[in-house]
Design a protein. Structure first.
Length: 60
Protein backbone atom coordinates (compact mmCIF):
# COMPACT_ATOMS: atom_id res chain seq x y z
CA UNK A 1 0.00 0.00 0.00
CA UNK A 2 1.52 3.29 -1.06
CA UNK A 3 1.89 5.90 1.64
CA UNK A 4 1.49 3.40 4.44
CA UNK A 5 2.11 4.51 8.00
CA UNK A 6 4.33 2.85 10.57
CA UNK A 7 3.40 2.62 14.21
CA UNK A 8 5.38 4.74 16.63
CA UNK A 9 6.84 1.60 18.20
CA UNK A 10 8.16 0.42 14.81
CA UNK A 11 10.13 3.60 14.11
CA UNK A 12 12.19 3.53 17.31
CA UNK A 13 12.72 7.30 17.24
CA UNK A 14 13.60 9.27 20.36
CA UNK A 15 13.78 12.98 21.12
CA UNK A 16 12.60 15.45 18.48
CA UNK A 17 12.48 12.74 15.82
CA UNK A 18 9.77 11.02 17.85
CA UNK A 19 7.45 14.03 17.56
CA UNK A 20 8.42 15.40 14.12
CA UNK A 21 8.83 12.64 11.53
CA UNK A 22 7.30 11.71 8.20
CA UNK A 23 6.79 8.03 8.94
CA UNK A 24 3.83 8.18 11.32
CA UNK A 25 0.48 9.89 11.05
CA UNK A 26 1.06 11.73 14.34
CA UNK A 27 4.51 12.90 13.20
CA UNK A 28 3.11 14.34 9.98
CA UNK A 29 0.33 16.07 11.90
CA UNK A 30 2.85 17.61 14.31
CA UNK A 31 4.88 19.00 11.39
CA UNK A 32 1.78 20.54 9.80
CA UNK A 33 0.60 21.97 13.13
CA UNK A 34 4.01 23.54 13.74
CA UNK A 35 4.06 25.18 10.29
CA UNK A 36 0.50 26.52 10.57
CA UNK A 37 1.14 27.72 14.11
CA UNK A 38 4.24 29.60 12.98
CA UNK A 39 2.39 31.28 10.11
CA UNK A 40 -0.58 32.27 12.27
CA UNK A 41 1.73 33.52 15.01
CA UNK A 42 3.66 35.67 12.52
CA UNK A 43 0.45 37.19 11.13
CA UNK A 44 -0.91 37.96 14.62
CA UNK A 45 2.41 39.47 15.71
CA UNK A 46 2.53 41.62 12.55
CA UNK A 47 -1.00 42.90 13.16
CA UNK A 48 -0.21 43.72 16.79
CA UNK A 49 2.98 45.66 16.03
CA UNK A 50 1.83 47.41 12.86
CA UNK A 51 1.74 51.20 13.30
CA UNK A 52 -1.34 52.96 12.02
CA UNK A 53 -1.02 56.12 9.96
CA UNK A 54 -2.49 59.22 11.62
CA UNK A 55 -5.73 60.49 10.10
CA UNK A 56 -5.38 63.43 7.75
CA UNK A 57 -7.11 66.66 8.78
CA UNK A 58 -8.85 68.43 5.90
CA UNK A 59 -8.66 72.23 5.94
CA UNK A 60 -11.77 74.03 4.65
Amino acid sequence: MAGGFLSEAETGFTGMKYYFNSYTRRGRFNCVAAVYGTIIGAVVLRKMTKKKKPAEVKAN
